[in-house]
Design a protein around this ligand. Structure first.
Ligand SMILES: [Zn+2]
Ligand SMILES: [Zn+2]
Length: 302
């Protein structure tokens, strides 16, 4: 459905304008950290997309109305990825996690409604992998997941109970540009579980002692990444170890934790050995994403 951006039907040329605006402005401004410029440019395109959806409804074209939802999700996806970087640069790493989840949700929605050809044109699958790699930089491994017993549900499209046979709407499908979902009117909480792969990764579980530390210390990998790489860079992470002589750790007090990560006091651990072997992460940059499918990328100074 993103095809509409390249080949809009007659009367909907506004889609080409959206595409041109995004192509000309997004990558360039993202690389120059001009987040406000991106924010206002994309919000403007978002409202143009909303008026095109309105037009398609008036003209009785459900297919275009549905395509407008996917284009809207694409704009939202670009917006959330830019907001993600705003948080990274502000060192708000905990908050950046939620923005990353918003970006992933938008992309999952787009992927469901686009064919392989368009996915590869916009590099969407590669970008999905990029977002997974970003997720892996965070120390979150356990999440809280709650289970509810739904007592009363209604369909967001027709307002009936999804169990009535008059309701033909399937949750997650598009109808006249709106996604059908089940609205839970009444429910009971059954349980809260700690899981590794929840549907929603926003409820993270973290040790309270960790939360008193600064964000850079709580999220060392994210901190390093944010300082050394830029938006839309493809990267690989290689986890290895490095060994340094104790003279390298002059600032570490003998009663502090050993830099090797054993949890022992420095004086009882590697200080005796004369060298410290500690975890080491290597980031390798592998070029830049061409997410808005520009022919030529205009980048700022490297
Ligand atoms: Zn319904
Ligand atoms: Zn040690």
């Amino acid at each position: 459905m993103l095809r509409l951006l390249m080949n809009p039907p007659a009367g909907y040329e506004g889609f080409s304008d959206i595409h041109t605006k995004i192509t000309r402005n997004y990558t360039v401004n993202l690389h120059r950290s001009r987040y406000e410029v991106i924010e206002s440019m994309l919000l403007e395109q978002q409202s143009i997309c909303t008026s095109l959806k309105q037009l398609s409804r008036e003209q009785g074209n459900e297919q275009i109305a549905n395509a407008c939802s996917v284009v809207g999700a694409y704009i939202s996806f670009l917006l959330n990825y830019s907001r993600y970087w705003t948080r990274l640069h502000a060192q708000q790493y905990r908050a950046s996690w939620d923005k990353l989840q918003d970006t992933i949700d938008d992309l999952s929605f787009i992927l469901r409604f686009t064919g392989e050809e368009i996915q590869s044109h916009f590099q969407l699958q590669l970008f999905r992998e990029h977002l997974s790699k970003l997720e892996a930089l965070y120390p979150f491994t356990v999440f809280a997941s709650s289970e509810f017993l739904n007592l009363k549900e209604t369909c967001s499209i027709c307002g009936r109970s999804p169990f009535e046979k008059e309701c033909t709407h399937l949750p997650g499908e598009l109808y006249w540009g709106e996604v059908a979902h089940t609205i839970v009117e009444k429910c009971e909480l059954l349980s809260v579980a700690m899981v590794r792969n929840p549907m929603d990764k926003r409820c993270v579980v973290q040790a309270t002692e960790k939360q008193t530390r600064g964000e850079a210390e709580q999220f060392p990998m994210v901190h390093y990444f944010a300082k050394h790489l830029r938006p839309l860079y493809k990267f690989e992470v290689e986890e290895t170890t490095e060994t340094k002589p104790v003279s390298f750790f002059k600032d570490v007090g003998v009663n502090e934790q050993c830099p090797c990560g054993s949890g022992e006091k420095y004086k009882k651990c590697c200080k005796l050995k004369g060298f410290v072997t500690r975890p080491h992460v290597i980031f390798r940059s592998k070029g830049v994403f061409n997410i808005t499918c520009q022919d030529r990328l205009v980048l700022g100074e490297q």
